[in-house]
Design a protein around this ligand. Structure first.
Ligand code: FE2
Ligand code: FE2
Length: 270
């Protein structure tokens, strides 16, 4: 199974565009899916640079309803009418409430449907291509992991705290064990890893993706790294909202098990 980072906050190859966002191509044999779409048409530009035909992408998983993960979907629709797998709460009208309210949600359902998207919305784990599953809804079970305090969403009665219940990751079920791909991991990476191990009855041997440790408090970062050290991880590949400081700490802790990825880089995971 091959995972190629198409859009990320940084890019490693000449000619690729970088932006605050995430998009990863997951290929298993002849099947593929796109996990998130970045923020803009950077996705299409990078697909072309990397020689991947966007018309061949007919399955998309959206990790959650934030602009930096779903913003590239309209540009993909010019080439393909994909089936999009997501959680039913993905269309919340959501804002960052750090100072002035800033809209960070996605467009409404009908906007995408008019461009040919067909949504499959579920809070249950779903196998999208062979051995690649969405996690479904994640309960908040780890005492030290909390959802970013700076998020709200609009309801009929005003604004409420947004705990991003739609946040989902992908689990690759390989002979080597489970490999987890996070979008932003707003529900906590330890939570997500432990629940995946419980669901599949197998150990997680590695992860890749946004961990949201960049916005987490020091206690959460420290306790998360402590918990990761108790797991027999072979691949630690943080991206996107992990931020420079937490990425550096993970690199220091995990040594040669840490993999530095960004736009244009690919790994094989079993
Ligand atoms: Fe993000
Ligand atoms: Fe996010």
């Amino acid at each position: 199974m091959r995972l190629t980072t198409l859009v990320e906050n940084k890019a490693s190859h000449p000619g690729l565009c970088a932006e605050h966002g995430l998009s990863v191509l997951v290929q298993n044999g002849t099947e593929c899916l796109l996990f998130d779409t970045g923020q803009t048409d950077c996705l299409i530009h990078n697909l072309e640079v990397l020689g991947v035909d966007p018309a061949g992408i007919d399955r998309v998983v959206l990790s959650h309803g934030h602009y930096d993960h779903a913003g590239g979907l309209p540009s993909l629709c010019a080439f393909s009418q994909p089936v999009v797998y997501a959680h039913p709460e993905i269309f919340r009208r959501r804002y960052a409430a750090k100072g002035q309210l800033r809209y960070i949600g996605i467009k409404n359902r009908s906007f995408y449907e008019q461009q040919g998207v067909r949504f499959v919305l579920s809070d249950q784990p779903t196998e999208v291509i062979a051995d690649v599953h969405t996690t479904g809804y994640e309960t908040m079970a780890t005492p030290f992991e909390i959802v970013d305090k700076g998020f709200v969403y609009e309801t009929d009665n005003g604004y409420e705290k947004d705990n991003v219940p739609d946040d989902q990751s992908l689990v690759m079920n390989t002979p080597r064990g489970l490999f987890v791909l996070f979008g932003c991991a707003h529900r906590g990476i330890i939570n997500i890893i432990r629940q995946s191990e419980h669901r599949f009855g197998k150990k997680v041997f590695g992860f890749m993706g946004g961990t949201h440790l960049g916005a987490a408090e020091e206690d959460q970062v420290r306790l998360t790294i402590d918990a990761l050290k108790t797991m027999d991880l072979e691949i630690v590949a943080p991206l996107h909202c992990t931020g420079t400081a937490a990425t550096a700490r993970l690199a220091e802790e995990f040594g040669d098990r840490f993999i530095s990825l960004n736009g244009g880089s690919a790994i094989e995971v079993g």
